[in-house]
Design a protein around this ligand. Structure first.
Ligand code: AMP
Length: 304
């Protein structure tokens, strides 16, 4: 089954302690769509300016990412720039230029409206609701968000949460949203705001998953070399939602546990290189090899 992916399509400038790169393909939808495309066909929704490289449309096509929902507008593509500190965990945003996103009013193509799975990747919650409202009762809706919207668009986010099956956010955002220091209390508290399931990402420390009376925790893939953490969260969301859309009819907590591992696997590839460089040409053998490593890592009773 297909997955609709809405989010930003961006040109990023990223500075790490050892390298700076500019005009990189980025954006929450770019990362999420490519990650998801390893598991299911994707219907992409977004907007780019007239400075956006045409070659990217060819790449999307090669990965079975439908771009009928991507608008090309006069003006500049969304731009974001950020800088990481030495631990590659803390990040400072230097600039966010909305550009063509400022007047973006997505109109879903007819072929997208009946799609069963949706990933509303990180973008203003009002836009996420606008797209969801045009869909005909999708079976499973995944939403990703960020601190900016918790701080500046809380009412819009709260309204959206009532229609969400799985909310994905990171640890500091979960704490900010609930004013709880305990992530367990935060996860349970966010469920009371609407989402049936909540996934809390903890960067290099893995992720937590909350359902009704259900809980799951996984670590992160043990990577030695991280070059650029940008997009890891979006990739995690894309891997999770893509796995569900491609493999599951009626989502259960058991499916979500597996989906969270696939999300973590894809995110581990993402951070090994700048932009989407490492994500572009993976294959299922490489993905499944890391999946098996996760399986082995989480066994604590092994035969002598
Ligand atoms: P992540 O590292 O998973 O938080 O995602 C980084 C990506 O999010 C970058 O490629 C940015 O282009 C994109 N991004 C940053 N700020 C925003 C925003 N306010 N809305 C949508 N996308 C954003």
């Amino acid at each position: 089954m297909s997955l609709l992916v809405l989010g930003s399509i961006a040109l990023d400038t990223v500075k790490t302690p050892v390298e700076e790169r500019s005009e990189l393909l980025g954006g929450s939808a770019s990362y999420a769509a490519v990650a998801a495309s390893y598991f299911s066909p994707v219907q992409l929704v977004g907007i780019v300016g007239d400075d956006f490289p045409a070659s990217e449309f060819d790449f999307w096509k090669s990965r079975k990412i439908d771009t009928a929902g991507v608008q090309r507008a006069a003006g500049k593509t969304f731009r974001w720039s950020g800088e990481y500190s030495w631990d590659l965990n803390t990040r400072q945003t230097h600039a966010t230029e909305l550009n063509v996103f400022e007047n973006f009013e997505p109109e879903l193509p007819k072929s997208y409206r009946e799609t069963d799975f949706a990933l509303l990747a990180n973008i203003a919650p009002s836009l996420q609701s606008h797209v969801l409202d045009q869909m005909n009762k999708p079976r499973f809706v995944v939403v990703d968000t960020m601190n900016l919207w918790i701080e500046t668009a809380r009412a819009d986010l709260d309204a959206l949460l009532r229609d969400v099956d799985l909310l994905i956010l990171n640890d500091s955002e979960a704490r900010e949203m609930t004013k709880e220091t305990s992530l367990i209390k935060a996860g349970r508290g966010i469920r009371k705001m609407g989402p049936r399931y909540v996934a809390i990402k903890k960067g290099e420390h893995g992720a937590l998953l909350f359902g009704e009376n259900e809980f799951f925790s996984c670590g992160a893939y043990p990577l030695e070399d991280i070059h650029d953490p940008t997009g890891a969260g979006d990739t995690f969301a894309g891997g999770m939602a893509g796995y569900l859309a491609g493999n599951v009819k009626k989502v259960t907590f058991t499916d979500l546990r597996k989906a969270m591992i696939y999300g973590s696997v894809l995110a581990s590839f993402c951070v090994e290189a700048f932009s989407l460089e490492r994500l572009r040409d993976l294959n299922m053998d490489q993905i499944n090899e890391r999946y098996e490593t996760f399986k082995l890592m989480s066994q604590f009773e092994v035969p002598a």
